[in-house]
Design a protein around this ligand. Sequence first.
Ligand code: SF4
Ligand code: SF4
Length: 437
Amino acid sequence: MRVVHYQGLDIPNHKDQTRNIGISSIPASSQLVLPLNQHHDTLLIPCVIPGQRVLAGQAIAKPAHRLGASLHAPVSGLVRAIEPCATATSQKNTTPSIVLSNDTLAPSVTHSSTTPHWHSLSSITLCEQLASGGIVGLGGAVFPVATKLAAHTQHPINQLIINGVECEPYISCDDHLMQEHATEILQGTKIMMHACQTSSAIIAIEADKPEAIAAIGNRLHELNDNRIRVQVIPSTYPSGDEGQLIRHLTGQEIPHGKLPAHIGIIVSNVATVYASARWILHGEPLISRIVTVSGNGISKPGNYRVLLGTSMQDVLRHCGAVFKPGQRLIMGGAMMGHALDHTGYPVIKATNSLILADDQELNPVVVEQACIRCGECAEACPVHLLPQQLLSHARHGHKKALQQLGLYDCIECGNCDYVCPSHIRLVTHFRRAKQVT
Ligand code: SF4
Ligand code: SF4
């Protein structure tokens, strides 16, 4: 397959708001809401009932598939209800959710056990163990990690890539995780290598993260494990996209309609690797995550450890912010994220960032102009699509043409929006078109 080298976009970096602030915790809320659809569109099955008391770390919902991921109570408390709630990923529709009242306000895990002899487990048993800890991809995709790693039973894995690139312009949670938890990230890397039966791992870090590169590099030097290496890659956008990263590191392309495992590669985010180590070695299931809270509307920006189910309103309040008219609240990054219409949604496993932008920030809202056929969007597209043509067919609902032009290959990186001189929100059109084609 032809490999086309794409240089990426050099976009303004807004990480300075949070780059030098260490990870701190946001206090547990009195009530947590835990949607049952947080794992890549799969609805979990509750294993608790309203009125039941639960311990922090106890499984409260299970997947239908043994390699799916469970959901755990972030605090000890009482199951108040299992009822439909609105979530950040499906704002117009409600999702069955477990509503948990917090009876201790203490986030310590009291319902778990460790797996110190993970090396002696079979790879599939280790995958099942990761599934029971609720571990999913924390880069945003929230795909169950056990399902991904177990692909080695069908396709031998030659290369594990740990993604520490974090190219989104505001987000720095992975950067801080690498700086502060290099040991766990390397432990998690070794656990994942065993789970997918590979003998080679690359930890990819963008060049604009020198402290993280040093922290991981120093720890790796002490570990003296020559199966793992650090690779520094250029700071361009979207270099952290899975396909871009694989191309940059290996020169290989993921064939159309296939997964990285089909070419012997698995990519996992550094936060996922960290979460795997916390579960396997410390018995802490995935009940919290690091969230970058940033933007001009935030008076105390930073990287915060937030319990799942915490209301975004409580997060913003802790960070000295109130959502005002004219501001925009975005979950998931300035380039690839989604605007939220209010702050009442709970933090879920996919919430890597919350940006509260003022009216002059992030491409201020301006009226779209007609397409002038300048071709800038096609130049900027990292997967070599023709966004202008996709736009035209999306507007007219031409499903067949959209499929032929590769709508589903669009990674929603936002590059075409960013460069368009007519301020056309192309990605919004593409997201809508994907829902109906
Ligand atoms: S959002 Fe889609 S079409 Fe636009 S540049 Fe990115 S991949 Fe290409
Ligand atoms: S960048 Fe905008 S104006 Fe230029 S061709 Fe693409 S959609 Fe049209």
